[in-house]
Design a protein around this ligand. Structure first.
Ligand code: URA
Length: 208
């Protein structure tokens, strides 16, 4: 698995703002979208293009256009929804496939409760969205679901990742590419990333 850690002043600045303990819901939500948009720019760098001749203002001109069916965005419920608009800003024709999991309190494993994927998912690149790549359990379950549905190319966009989660997913799925604004220090004893952002879902939805 290739891990792309965004090394960009705008992303670093915006993520720094998101770490403030008293950030408002509005600011956290806006910044989640903005960082997602910037990560999308990075993740889209290798999309295939093809030449096309069109009529320009001074006659025919050859331009580039994106080739074939392109992207399905896969927000993981619920926090992944907070990144969705930023991605759609740049890829407005993307189909949206949604997955949802809850945690089994005994096994601590993610249990799927909702899946609705694009019906031509095997022809699309999946862009999984989740603000936090923590233990990696939900991401592994999502990748398994997408591969079973026929998806052949998968990328994941995260605001913050823990080394533990990256390691787990790297070992299981070396073909999946990860784009992340920052890799933080570690997980705490209840699976939160340190220094991290806290509960990203609560902060996006204003439910803390
Ligand atoms: N989910 C969150 O929202 N934050 C973390 O730090 C880990 C998982």
């Amino acid at each position: 698995m290739t891990v792309h850690v965004a090394d960009h002043p705008l992303i670093k600045h915006k993520l720094g703002l998101m770490r403030k303990h008293d950030i408002s819901t509005k600011d956290f939500r806006d910044l989640s979208s903005e960082v997602a948009r910037l990560l999308t720019y990075e993740a889209a760098k290798d999309l295939p293009t093809q030449k096309k001749t069109i009529q320009g203002w001074a006659g025919s001109v050859e331009v580039d256009e994106l080739k074939g069916k392109k992207i399905t965005i896969v927000p993981i419920l619920r926090a992944g929804l907070g990144m969705m608009n930023g991605v759609i800003d740049l890829i407005p024709s993307a189909k949206v496939s949604v997955v949802g999991y809850y945690r089994n309190e005994e096994t601590l494993m993610p249990v799927e409760y909702y899946v609705k994927t694009a019906n031509d998912i095997e022809e699309r690149i999946a862009l999984i969205l989740d603000p936090m790549l923590a233990t990696g359990g939900t991401l592994l379950a999502t990748i398994d679901t997408l591969k079973k549905a026929g998806c052949r190319r998968i990328k994941g966009l995260f605001l913050v990742a823990a080394p533990e989660g990256i390691k787990k997913v790297t070992e299981a799925h070396p073909d999946v590419e990860i784009y992340v604004a920052a890799v933080d220090d570690r997980l705490n004893e209840v699976g939160y990333i340190l220094p991290g952002l806290g509960d990203a879902g609560d902060k996006i939805f204003g439910t803390k």
